[in-house]
Design a protein around this ligand. Structure first.
Ligand SMILES: [Zn+2]
Ligand SMILES: [Zn+2]
Length: 305
């Protein structure tokens, strides 16, 4: 398996010189499986660059789209994903997290001729809605598992177990300590990601963003670092960066556990992870973020639980 980041920002694209190092495009990550099956997680603005790469590569196998949910930052790139404009593309969209969201799996609001000029029916590629009523299914050389997350309107996270033993977990738009009802507890999520080689987790907010963003469905960086101490992935990748977190903002990019490189990093576009575990962005992350205030977790305890 090989994991590559195309969009790492959350909520709203944030292009410009102040975010260029950590990336301005919204959520899109791929996992290329051992048998060359391509899984695409989310269709944020990062998917535009992925599409250009796939066209250039001449990749003609079916494309598997696994959406965490259908908030704008996770689907807004879909009209600009070049492969959907090719008649020989086969796009399989996998189930969404709940019935409310399922209505938008295809023919989403984007393609209603109000928000985008072309209706869904006129898009030339072949779109199939993959039907998996279960929480687990096989795809290519991997087994896919999914879990519901703590996010307004619902969201789902994924665990990918490839046949060569590599395990990748993609958990975005999840508030580890939500106010009110908890859909998935920290303990349950830790079980779900147990044994992961790479865990990507939403880490949008800093302490200074609170309390008025409590309940928006995203996690504090400190909480994710603590969760990393509990779940113990081999590598923890902080993801869904807040659009206001510029590259140079003091304290905005705390060190992941174990420093940068082998055990953790901040997601940024164009870099990836391959197995046996090699993180291509570790040195860059250390250079960019290493001098800033480290906030490594000191205790794996969640206050208020
Ligand atoms: Zn989001
Ligand atoms: Zn969301």
């Amino acid at each position: 398996m090989r994991v590559t980041f195309y969009g790492v920002r959350g909520s709203c694209p944030a292009p410009g010189p102040n975010t260029a190092q950590h990336g301005g495009n919204t959520s899109c990550v791929t996992a290329r499986l051992d048998d060359d099956t391509l899984l695409i997680f989310d269709a944020g603005t990062g998917i535009r660059n992925l599409g250009k790469e796939l066209i250039e590569e001449g990749y003609k196998r079916p494309l598997h789209l696994l959406l965490s949910h259908v908030h704008w930052d996770h689907i807004i790139g879909l009209p600009f994903f070049d492969p959907i404009w090719e008649a020989d593309t086969r796009l399989l969209i996998h189930p969404l997290t709940n019935n409310r969201q399922e209505r938008f799996r295809w023919r989403p609001t984007i393609f209603d001729e109000i928000h985008f000029p072309v209706p869904a029916a006129d898009i030339p590629c072949k779109v199939e809605l993959a039907d998996h009523p279960r929480s687990q299914w096989d795809l290519g050389s991997a087994t896919i598992l999914r879990i519901q997350l703590n996010h307004p309107g619902g969201a789902q996270g994924f665990r990918i177990e490839d046949r060569n033993g590599s395990v990748f977990c993609f958990i975005t738009d999840n508030e580890l300590r939500p106010p009110g009802r908890v859909t998935t507890s920290v303990e349950r999520l830790a079980q779900f990601v147990e044994g992961a080689d790479v865990l990507v987790h939403d880490a949008q907010f800093l302490e200074g963003d609170m309390p008025h963003r409590h309940g928006w469905g995203h996690s504090l960086v400190d909480d994710v670092l603590r969760f990393g101490e509990i779940a113990k992935p081999k590598k923890l990748v902080l993801f869904h960066h807040d659009p206001d977190r510029t590259d140079e903002l003091p304290g905005a990019w705390p060190r992941p556990p174990g420093g940068h490189g082998p055990r953790g990093s901040h997601a940024r576009p164009g870099i990836g992870v391959s197995w046996p575990l090699v993180w291509e962005g570790g040195a860059l992350c250390a250079r960019l973020c290493g001098t800033q205030r480290g906030m490594g977790a000191t205790t794996p305890v969640f206050q208020g639980e």
